[in-house]
Design a protein around this ligand. Structure first.
Ligand code: 7TS
Length: 418
């Protein structure tokens, strides 16, 4: 496992107390905490070389531009892309997916075309396609799920068909933790001449990711879930696809020349980066990538497999010894098929109440529908409680989660805990 003692020293927030208790932060699927290296990168930019990028010829602007573009290079290598011109900075994963929906989608999707999704998609990888379908007359189709929250690949073979133009699937579910077989889905999509968009918001921060191994055409993710600041997302796409896509937003930076009634678009990647970008946070995102590279993504994945195995064993033990059928865990039970995202319910206790009692114990989890309302409807629940892990979490913290859960059950539940 990772040396969490050393890693935790880099995260100032982890030493604070909450409600008189030590903070146990298990809400990493919503956003991760930030190491001092990232926090310092932001203040360093504002203290030493705050300037706009790509415009001024003065020294500060040159320094800011160099640092901003360095992050693009780091991200290129991080996802094993071939060319930094394929990396577009957006505000978040949501904005990256919307860029594809409204630039590529409007240019390529027509009435009668089919877009294939799964019921485990975050609203960010669902609503933009609903909007596009409404505008174009395209149809949305949904893959089926197995009992333990995996994609039923038989349904994928059936639903990805001659009218499919796009398949848009999450790399890892933010509810079940399921890691989806993206390369297999890519083969099915490409055999039909369709493109594949991967929502990497949960996957890229936790799994070593190569766009070549995924065999995808678009990959979207957010830096704030991987130690970086909020306000920076990434869209990667194959160069020839980006070249053919029309600009999405118009304005400064995205043009090479403008006349009163027309413009010529800038070259990639700036063609899709209209206006002054989030310079400080893009630069600090580079510090986040450097931090993850130092640990190594394979080591991150192995750490989370260990924590997940441990959590799975505690879920099983807790069900046997006291909570019985009341403790329901969603998603795969095999740690190799999932990441460290655990959604559960405890009898008919509302997930918000579980979240509140846990918060009183210093344990931060998320409760609710997790922006997956259609999935909650399929599960027949209003929401779930959800604990999610990252590089600084320890087995002791997983123990604390279960101690706090037993407390929640005692306070709110209808069955006794041994
Ligand atoms: N896709 C997935 C799979 C996600 O989990 C999220 C955020 C997004 C897209 C959107 O990311 P954003 O950075 O653009 O907002 N998921 C969560 C979550 O599970 N709890 O809070 C945010």
């Amino acid at each position: 496992m990772l040396n969490t003692n050393e890693i935790r020293k880099d995260f100032p927030i982890l030493s604070r107390e909450v409600n008189g208790k030590k903070l146990i932060y298990l809400d990493n699927a919503a956003t991760s905490q930030k190491p001092i290296q990232v926090i310092d990168a932001i203040s360093d930019y504002y203290k030493r070389y705050n300037a706009n990028v790509h415009r001024g010829i003065h020294t500060l602007s040159e320094e800011a531009t160099t640092a901003y573009e360095e992050t693009r290079e780091l991200i290129t290598d991080f996802i094993k892309a071939d060319d930094s011109k394929e990396i577009i900075f957006t505000a978040n994963a949501t904005a990256a997916i919307n860029l594809v929906a409204f630039s590529w989608g409007k240019a390529n999707i027509k009435k009668g075309d089919e877009i294939v999704l799964s019921p485990m998609e975050h609203h960010s990888n669902l609503v933009p396609w609903q909007m596009l379908a409404k505008e174009t007359g395209a149809k949305l189709l949904f893959l089926e799920l197995t009992e333990d929250g995996q994609i039923d690949m038989e349904s994928a073979k059936e639903w990805i068909g001659p009218h499919t133009k796009l398949v848009a699937i999450t790399q890892m579910s933010n509810v079940f933790g399921t890691i989806n077989p993206i390369a297999e889905i890519a083969k099915l999509a490409h055999a039909r001449g369709a493109l594949l968009l991967v929502d990497g918001a949960q996957g890229v921060p936790h799994i070593p990711t190569s766009v070549h191994e995924l065999q995808c055409d678009f990959l979207a993710f957010s830096m704030h879930k991987m130690l970086g600041p909020t306000g920076v997302g990434v869209l990667w796409a194959k160069r020839e696809i980006l070249e053919a896509m029309p600009p999405f937003m118009g304005g400064g930076d995205m043009i090479s020349s403008v006349k009163l009634t027309s413009f010529t678009a800038n070259e990639l990647p700036w063609k899709f980066e209209a206006g002054t970008p989030n310079i400080a946070d893009v630069i600090a995102s580079g510090a986040a990538i450097t931090y993850l590279n130092k640990i190594g993504m394979q080591a991150v994945r192995e750490h989370e497999i260990e924590l997940s195995k441990y959590a799975l064993s505690l879920f099983a033990e807790t069900s046997k010894n006291g909570m019985g059928d009341d403790l329901v865990l969603y998603g795969p039970l095999d740690a190799s098929k999932r990441g460290g995202v655990f959604s559960f319910n405890l009898g008919d206790i509302h997930p918000h109440d579980i979240g509140q009692i846990l918060s009183d114990q210093g344990v931060a989890i998320r409760a609710g529908h997790h922006c997956c309302q259609p999935l909650m409807n399929e599960l027949g629940v209003p929401g779930t409680a959800r604990a999610s892990f990252y590089i600084y979490n320890t087995k002791e913290e997983v123990d604390m989660l279960f101690t706090a859960l037993k407390e929640a059950k005692k306070v709110l539940g209808h069955v006794s805990i041994r």
